[in-house]
Design a protein around this ligand. Structure first.
Ligand SMILES: C[S@@+](CC[C@H](N)C(=O)[O-])C[C@H]1O[C@@H](n2cnc3c(N)ncnc32)[C@H](O)[C@@H]1O
Length: 158
């Protein structure tokens, strides 16, 4: 059973780490609870998932793919399962930061190698990837991807 505090804790982390973010893609957002927590913190959030039943939030009822037009300045994913790798690849392609709390892999890898693999993937694609942990039960490790300043021509990381 996933920790019910995960959405509030993750929303706090995302807003603290990316205070200038205004528009967020919440990938594999399930019922939209992370969307609610981020919206309550003043962000404009679109959740991508396939659920019919969900909170009354801005909700794109489809799988998130690399073809999605980029209208966000931050990507987040809480336990995004099969969408995890796509988030990293999409963030790198569009030079956007991300914060993800991975759980299951998409290829049978166990948790620790999967975490390592995702971090390496982000770095190979030109992002700076660091790790932190949410103070909660269950899968709580967070990978944070940032666009290095020199990669987007600005003086500060996104
Ligand atoms: C373990 S659930 C987590 C849901 C929610 N984030 C939470 O923490 O309760 C994984 C979710 O990923 C969604 N999902 C998997 N691949 C996806 C994709 N490519 N695009 C959007 N959602 C996806 C599934 O539909 C499912 O709702």
């Amino acid at each position: 059973m996933a920790d019910p505090r995960r959405f509030e804790l993750f929303a706090d982390l995302a807003t603290t780490r990316f205070p200038s973010a205004r528009t967020v893609f919440d990938i594999a957002g399930g019922m939209g609870k992370l969307n609610l927590a981020l919206t309550a913190r003043g962000l404009e959030v679109t959740t991508f998932d396939r659920r019919w039943k969900h909170a009354d939030v801005r909700y794109a009822q489809r799988l998130f793919t690399l073809d999605e037009p980029c209208t966000c300045d931050l990507l987040v994913g809480m336990h995004p399962d099969g969408a995890t790798r796509v988030i990293v690849e999409y963030a790198a392609r569009h030079r956007r930061p991300f914060a993800i709390v991975p759980c299951c892999s998409d290829n049978g890898m166990s948790y620790k190698p999967w975490m390592r693999h995702l971090a390496e993937l982000g770095q190979q694609l030109g992002l700076r990837v660091t790790e932190t942990t949410l103070p909660m039960a269950g899968r709580a490790r967070v990978l944070v991807g940032e666009v290095p300043a020199e990669a987007d021509g600005s003086s500060a990381p996104r």
